[in-house]
Design a protein around this ligand. Structure first.
Ligand code: CTP
Length: 422
């Protein structure tokens, strides 16, 4: 008799999610299709970690079942006919439905050839035993655990284990995934898995930049990505992404400081710029090219190094706020934040922090329209006056509208422009 986890499921899932899981199981049964909860959510149920974006596998036709479920609800349905998958978005959570499938790899690192299959086929194609458990949602077997690869034992023993010796060869992104789960959960790589991982690190050469980058992005979203990067260095994985990358104590310290200084959502781009901080421009370009970074990230990484090369000029305690603003306003925020964390000069760091916390928000009180109302004719002069006002405001030389107006008149006088009549 398989273990039954229906009472744990009832406790773990929030009531609306549980109700839906039951309805889905019943609908599936009416269509003659067995339905299973699979992957991360089963793992997290055992670990007591919240995870309510449900992955469901249907032995049958996932799209048909999703369409039935969508009929009687306000969920938004998205269908991928080519992959036999569908997504239902409910307020606050989602259901991913996939048709059970088998996968074969024509060559290492290639995207797999996929065809419909059984639950068993669908589980063996997965990365690790702890991610390859399923719970049946069909009413007559509701809560039955299917654990063909002893994922529950590995959870109890805190081990990350691949399902077959060619796993990392088939898909080397699993190397990064293994370290991500290991460090997130405080587990260990099972001994044979670690041996095979070390054997197969060079298989990264078979993986596209986009796929490696996606896994790196997932790592950078973890609560403490530095742990994964440190482990990646230890296992010889980080140097496969670029030989000059380091997951060392410096990086750990800077990541920690980043968390203390900035909010969660701004951390991933910052982590990325810290990761490349000690690369040369040439190495940075090689890394950008290999992982095919999109424009935004590539720009943040380039600006980080450009600004780093200019830090000397910011390490001068005599600079006025307007000088700091002028040096920094064309850089992107992550580049400035990264340098504020990583600069070795306390003065440069202070200036960068001042810009981030204050200077970048400084605006003049008078607008171009106000100046026109003061009878200053439209044209380049308005821009020049606004930038003189902005500079004065940055330096604290004007504080009120009245003071700004006085400055406008003295600017006109100083530039030998006759103050307008009226
Ligand atoms: N999976 C896999 N191999 C991959 C990617 C995913 O076998 N290269 C499988 C795993 O079974 C995983 C499931 O697909 O549990 C869903 O993938 P994903 O959403 O990336 O993982 P979760 O475990 O749901 O989420 P997380 O990793 O953030 O906990």
């Amino acid at each position: 008799m398989p273990e039954n986890l229906s009472s744990q499921l009832e406790e773990y899932l929030p009531p609306p999610v549980l109700a839906l899981a039951k309805i889905a199981g019943k609908e599936g049964s009416e269509l003659g299709q067995e339905l299973y909860l699979v992957g991360g959510v089963v793992r997290d149920l055992f670990l007591g970690r919240a995870n309510f974006d449900l992955d469901l596998v249907v032995e049958g036709d996932a799209i048909k079942l999703a369409q039935e479920l969508a009929k009687n609800s306000r969920a938004k349905l998205t269908v991928h006919t080519r992959f036999g998958t569908a997504k239902l978005n409910y307020p606050g959570f989602s259901l991913d439905l996939a048709t059970a499938r088998s996968e074969t790899y024509s060559k290492p690192g290639a995207l797999p050839t996929v065809k419909p299959g059984s639950l068993k086929d669908d589980l063996i194609r997965r990365d690790f035993s702890i991610n390859a458990m399923a719970l049946c949602l069909t009413p007559h077997r509701f809560g039955a655990l299917i654990d063909l690869y002893h994922g529950k034992d590995d959870l109890d023993n805190r081990l990350i284990r691949i399902l077959h010796p060619n796993s990392f060869i088939d898909d080397a992104t699993r190397i990064l995934r293994a370290m991500r789960y290991e460090q997130r959960l405080g587990f260990k790589l099972e001994a044979e898995t670690e041996k095979l991982l070390r054997r197969d690190v060079a298989m990264f050469d078979t993986i596209s930049g986009d796929r490696i980058r996606h896994e790196l992005e997932l790592i950078l979203k973890e609560a403490e990505p530095e742990r994964v990067l440190r482990r990646a260095e230890e296992l010889g994985v980080l140097s496969q992404l670029h030989p000059s990358l380091k997951g060392n104590g410096w990086l750990s310290q800077k990541f920690e400081q980043a968390r203390q200084s900035y909010k969660q959502t701004s951390l991933p781009p910052l982590y990325l710029c810290l990761l490349i901080y000690n690369l040369t421009d040439k190495e940075d370009e090689e890394f950008i090219l290999r992982l095919n970074f999109p424009k935004n990230s590539a720009q943040a990484m380039r600006y980080t190094l450009q600004l780093k090369a200019q830090l000397n000029s910011l390490a001068n305690s005599k600079l006025k706020p307007s000088d700091i603003y002028k040096s920094l306003h064309s850089y992107t925020t992550p580049a400035i934040q990264t340098n504020a964390l990583a600069s070795e000069s306390p003065i440069a760091s202070q200036h960068l922090q001042l810009y981030i916390a204050k200077l970048r928000y400084v605006k003049t009180l008078l607008s171009g329209e106000d100046l026109k109302r003061m009878k200053i004719p439209a044209g380049p002069q308005i821009g020049e006056i606004l930038s003189a006002l902005h500079k004065a405001r940055l330096n604290g030389e004007v504080r009120t509208r009245k003071e700004e107006k006085v400055l406008v008149y003295s600017w006109l006088k100083g530039n030998q422009v006759k103050p307008p009549a009226g």
